[in-house]
Design a protein around this ligand. Structure first.
Ligand code: NAI
Length: 335
């Protein structure tokens, strides 16, 4: 029996989390879920978007499955997602992008992984206004040798273990010579220890363009926090959208699995969200805890439902789409 913290999340979170739990349970893996609230739900209940008992739960279980959490834009409380990544030092954010047969998309046969530095860069949240009029705002981006080295080591080790051929270091060291320059330098130092893996580096703007016109040239991308966040949404758009994009936040002791997408308030409460991104995050979680066989079966079931294209949600099909729970039932039926 595995003990795992479950944060259902905001917006579409509870509906996709419920489907994901049902799919994982249908695979036969025995999990005791510690269900806790964070984000808007926790503000309603506890007046705190990240109550201490949530941290305590993850400290005990070391593994969490998390639905998306809303972060107010421009003002209000700071991101709970970022706070969790910092609290548990989840330094590597692993975001795979993979084509699924049957899914209408711009390209087929895409199989790339973006590994994003997850604790520093421009997401440190150190920012303030200068002067009383709030006309000037200033922020601090932090890049450290330690942070750069551990994420680069994770990326090259990941590439090596998975038999991948190439790692592209993505940066903006032409303009941001100190911060991005340090990341680039350290990533190349790590690359030198992996002679069997091809390495190249590319500036972020060119990377974005090349991803759109020729995504097959990429295998593993390692990059800093903000660039990785943006590129992974872009990459998901190449294979059918955010509804299919899972992510894993990895630390030395703890890991939190979630979808790449957010709480999608525009479609919340309508039973139309695609549950696959969180289900696939659940698949990555099962692999992480050693339930490799069940993970494979769930992934095969998801692929089969997508290939048939009958019981899929509205993001993947204009007419005759099914709801979130119905797509979940179709995946369970395949299991
Ligand atoms: P979003 O990712 O929630 O939605 C972007 C677009 O994709 C929307 O049109 C939405 O309907 C669609 N979409 C997202 N997930 C989908 C799914 N499973 N099925 C079908 N369509 C889907 O981004 P948005 O609207 O900018 O952010 C909403 C909130 O989510 C914000 O408060 C943001 O801070 C938060 N957020 C949280 C994340 C997390 O918890 N890790 C990640 C990204 C955003």
């Amino acid at each position: 029996m595995h003990k795992i913290t479950l944060i259902a999340g905001d917006g579409i979170g509870p509906s996709i989390a419920e489907v994901t739990v049902r799919v994982i349970e249908a695979s036969g893996v025995k999990i005791e879920w510690d269900r806790v609230d964070a984000g808007l739900t926790a503000i309603d209940k506890y007046k705190d978007p990240l109550p201490p008992h949530v941290i305590e739960s993850i400290k005990k279980t070391k593994i969490a499955l998390k639905g998306p959490l809303t972060t107010p834009v421009g003002s209000g409380f700071r991101s709970v997602n970022v706070a969790l990544r910092k609290e548990f030092d989840l330094y590597a954010n692993v975001r795979p992008t993979k084509s699924f047969e049957g899914v209408p998309s711009r390209y087929s046969d895409i199989d790339l992984v973006i590994i994003r530095e997850n604790t520093e860069g421009l997401y440190t949240g150190i920012e303030h206004f200068i002067g009383a009029n709030e006309d000037i705002a200033e922020m601090v981006g932090i890049v450290t040798r330690t942070g750069s080295q551990r994420v680069a080591e994770y990326a090259f080790e990941f590439a090596w273990k998975q038999g991948r051929k190439k790692v592209t270091i993505v940066h903006k060291a032409n303009i941001l010579k100190y911060t991005q320059g340090l990341f680039l330098k350290v990533a190349h130092e790590v690359a030198a220890r992996y002679p069997e893996i091809d390495v190249n580096d590319r500036i972020i703007d060119n990377t974005a363009m090349q991803l759109v016109i020729n995504p097959h040239q990429y295998d593993v991308i390692v990059t800093t926090n903000l660039f990785g966040d943006i590129l992974s949404d872009l990459a998901s758009g190449l294979v059918g959208g955010l509804g299919l994009a899972p992510g894993a936040n990895i630390g030395f002791e703890t890991a939190i699995f979630e979808a790449v997408h957010g709480s999608a308030p525009d479609i919340a409460g309508k039973n139309i969200a695609n549950p696959c991104a969180l289900i696939l995050a659940g698949v990555a979680m099962l692999r992480h805890i050693g339930e490799v066989e069940a993970a494979g079966r769930i992934e095969t079931a998801v692929s089969a439902v997508l290939k048939e294209g009958k019981a899929v949600t509205a993001d993947l099909k204009k007419q005759g789409a099914v709801g979130t729970s119905e797509m979940g039932e179709a995946i369970i039926a395949k299991l």
